[in-house]
Design a protein around this ligand. Sequence first.
Ligand code: HEM
Length: 515
Amino acid sequence: MGNPTDVAASGSLIATISIFQWFLLFWILSIGIIVFRANAKANRQAKLGARAPQVPSSLPFGFSVLLQLIRNLRTNTVLEWTRNTLDVPGRTVELNLGGTKMVMTDNVENIRAMMSTQFNDFGKGELYRKIWSSLMRNSILTTDGQAWQTNRDHLVAHVAKIRPTDYAVTEKHTRNLVRVLSDGQPHDTLDLLNRFAIDVVSDVFYGTSTDTLLSKDQSLRDAIQQHKNRNTWRNLLSGLGVMLPPDRKASETIDNYLDKVVNSFSPENSETREEQDRKAQSLLGVLSAQGLSKDVMKDAIISVAVGGRDSVAIIITWALYELVRHPDIQRELRTEISNALRAKAPGAAQLEGLELLNSVVLETMRLHTSVGVNTRAALKDTTLPSGGGPAGTSPVGIFAGTTVIMGLDSVHRRTDIYGPDANEYKPHRWDARKPDTWSYFPFNRGPRSCLGKNIATMEVKFTLCRLLQTFSSIELVSKVGDAVVPVDVQNSPPMKTKMALNTKPAETVWLRFKE
Ligand code: HEM
């Protein structure tokens, strides 16, 4: 028998060797798994298609690209960054944003595939639903597949059309808007138009207006805004964002409002027969007549409130801003409206006949598309038609779950599509061209296009018409404290665009209206 110290020493030697061997085995296995998975991933990618050129990152896991994006968000230059990044032969790139792989494209073949020909391969995705359902519930705006189709079926017949009474309702709220603007003071135009837009959609679709334009109580509007602000950051933080709570107080305010609208909906308690009929024929009237649940009615209310508020307000604000910056176009438009209508409110036929007004709206939505950057998640492994490989001409393989960013503002400003003056505001470009389905997307295209397109276009044109008929001058001013200073619009740089859920003016648009 050996000495006990020798035995212990040989035991610990065995233990040392075996730990080392275990470590070696573990290391070899890990490397093997990594190589195997990389190989499987490369094979899966090769089967689906090529990779798009990658945006280089000087830091690991794409952290420098993520930092670049955050910097651009803070300086309101995301759209410029998107356009520059997509200026590659296949107009499609792969981004690694802090470890999350995404694809970004303004290649119209790819956009067409996502919006139309491969519609079922892409959707809003689970992450979007988890983050935004705190505001938009499980409505048309957050769902995919059968749930989305059912939501759309509930809304389509009512939301996609315009009723003759919609003009009278819009006129009623335009009068409220004019009343507020008539005090000769500068107004935060986007804020007022947000209130105007929610007043119109609530009146049209649930038969009772929120009446926020004339009310001091802005709690519903503020709650929607606070919720959107918080969720925009949660969305940006992706998987991490889901773990952060939404704005619960704002959720509660919104939910209380939805409950109140649904619970108090009773056309039979209207003051006049006309009012009773209008309520019965409203979206809520139609849904409740079908015996649909309160939840379905709440989903419907929130989708028209969220879908129909910001975009309308943003487009009217940008149109007014551009008309102030382009006095020649404003003058010409005033003459067109005055010749056609004098002081009368326009109806459908008159709005149709106002050609320059139509071009002003088309051009505003081209240069300031309200969803400048839209995203979709691949719902399964799929292939986009173009933009991959070194020449950017090969099909691009997309793994299930990948977020694909559509640079819609970027398409709208492509010089190869809109000419060398693509970045300039020129409504008369529409004299010689019609909006092309696959290079003009203010309302999206395909099965998931905007349901409110018709009423939105009417609202925008109607309001612009009434404001120009009522006020002989519109002035852009800046406000510092109580001091109001006219802005020299001809010699100041154009307003930047802020990216949130919608793309909107980066600074307050203070406009002063005079009769
Ligand atoms: C100028 C004003 C408007 C613009 C530019 C606009 C634009 C859009 C866009 C780009 C989408 C697609 C969003 C996406 O794919 O993520 C959309 C969807 C939608 N919009 Fe609008 N919209 C406007 C006004 C309205 C109005 C007034 C309503 C309601 C009355 C409305 C209701 C909807 C609904 C319900 C959807 C969801 C469609 C679906 O997912 O199937 N929109 N809109």
